[in-house]
Design a protein around this ligand. Structure first.
Ligand code: SF4
Length: 438
């Protein structure tokens, strides 16, 4: 038997980049390549980069440098590949540079660097593809690119306009994942609520029915598969209200990941955010009326050019009013190539950004802690991520993997990864819950 060529793979960046990595790895395995953990033993290295923030670019460049030093044959793909000159300047010796979702080009570069073994073991690939994420949850990418033009963001420049997958395509992938043991589907895209706009909400056939490529229809169908369905990167467009009904009915998880970024209409306008004119505090109040169990996770930017003390105070008031469960906050970074740098708005000094960030975090921590404490004494469902001999680590339906908190579950009976168990919550700390399996 011919020895299989070996590839070492570095996957950096967000969940969307992880989905790209999974697709490339599936192709590699399909063609008989073997994946190895160390660069030294590999015939070539693929680095899937992230170029969202300058700090992510620095991390990507250092991963490329490391791969070159340890191996020498390096193929670069991902978001940073959309700006090849930066990589070429630093590392003229990389074999090839391709942009995000350029699966064909990545495979072309691999074939050139390390031709596939003569007899590809096509059956090496399990039918559901290869998952980099643990087997009990999986990211499901429903579209690529974005039609918005937020002024702080270069993703549309890197990834292009919105391209939605047909509903049947997404549902078939989801079905295979669930059949392979996935218990939680994490729906991702740059703008999940815009799903289908580019293909005019086209209908396609799945099982015996016609499904429209609409956010609501897709969510409803995903909810029939028997797995938890979690929606990420949703914007507060009016039609999102309909999905809250599905949450109240238990069809999808009562969890919304909405990157609000700010609350001041003036700042949102300068950011050119989608749905910037919606009265979001009022909408959130109504959502909570429809689905009292709803948890909202969001991210914000402080120190955007032109943000005044009044804008910032308005943001803090908005946080106190809306009482979001989980929140992340970034200090504005002038990403190279972002329109925000050319708006002519005054930059916020670093020390002001820092003090606003600290006040933001302190305000939100108190809110999140109160929200968590309100769960004490309740019975909740928990999915197990890491079983332990006496205490296992899991997540509630209000916690997404990697970004939210955990639930520590004491149990007499052994729990397995992916089990969904009932837990009585006994106490809460700043981020996590603790309880016993019942
Ligand atoms: S919605 Fe805005 S922040 Fe998100 S990817 Fe599109 S342009 Fe970037």
């Amino acid at each position: 038997m011919t020895a299989q060529p070996k590839i070492s793979f570095v996957s950096l960046g967000c969940p969307k980049a992880l989905v790209d990595s999974e697709r490339i790895i599936t192709r590699l395995r399909a063609e008989g390549y073997e994946l190895v953990k160390s660069h030294q033993g590999a015939d070539a290295v693929i680095v899937n980069t992230c170029g969202f923030l300058d700090s992510a670019k620095a991390e990507s460049l250092s991963a490329i440098g490391e791969a070159l030093a340890e191996n020498g044959k390096v193929i670069v793909t991902g978001c940073m590949g959309a700006e090849p000159e930066q990589i070429r300047d630093a590392f003229p010796n990389v074999l090839a540079i391709t942009g995000p979702q350029a699966y064909e080009s990545v495979m072309g570069a691999v074939h050139e660097a390390v031709p596939p073994a003569h007899d590809p073991f096509l059956d090496l690939v399990p039918p559901q593809g290869v998952k980099l994420t643990p087997r009990h949850y999986a990211y499901l990418k429903i579209s690529e690119g974005c039609n918005n033009r937020c002024t702080f963001c270069i993703i549309p420049k890197l990834r292009g306009d919105l391209v939605s997958r047909p509903a049947s395509d997404v549902l078939r992938e989801a079905e295979k994942l669930v059949a392979a043991g996935v218990k939680e589907l994490l729906v991702v895209s740059q703008d999940t609520s815009a799903y289908g706009v580019d293909i005019k909400y086209a209908t396609s056939t799945w099982q015996d029915r016609e499904v429209r490529a609409r956010f609501l229809d897709l969510s409803r169908e995903l909810g029939t598969l028997g797995a938890w369905v979690r929606l990420h990167y949703v914007y507060p467009y009016p039609h999102v209200d309909e999905v809250i009904g599905l949450m109240a009915d238990g069809v999808v998880l009562p969890y919304l990941d909405i990157p609000f970024q700010h609350s001041s209409p003036k700042v949102l306008k300068a950011m050119r955010r989608p749905a910037a004119t919606e009265k979001t505090a009022e909408r959130i109040r109504k959502w909570r009326e429809t689905c009292p169990d709803l948890a909202i996770r969001s991210t914000f930017i402080v120190g955007f050019p032109g943000e005044t003390d009044e804008d910032f105070e308005e943001l803090l008031d908005w946080l106190r009013e809306t009482k979001l469960e989980r929140v992340g906050c970034f200090k504005y970074e002038p990403v190279r190539g972002a329109t925000a740098n050319d708006l002519g708005l005054p930059a916020v000094p670093d020390e002001v950004k820092q003090s606003r960030w600290e006040r933001f975090m302190a305000t939100q921590q108190a809110i999140s802690a109160k929200r968590l404490a309100s769960r004490v004494g309740k019975r909740i469902k928990v999915i197990i991520d890491e079983p332990g001999p006496t205490v296992s680590k899991g997540r509630s339906q209000w916690d997404a993997p990697e970004i939210d908190g955990n639930v520590y579950v004491a149990s007499r009976r052994p729990l397995r990864i992916g089990d969904i168990v009932s837990v009585k919550v006994e106490r809460a700390d700043a981020y996590d819950l603790h309880g016993v399996a019942v």
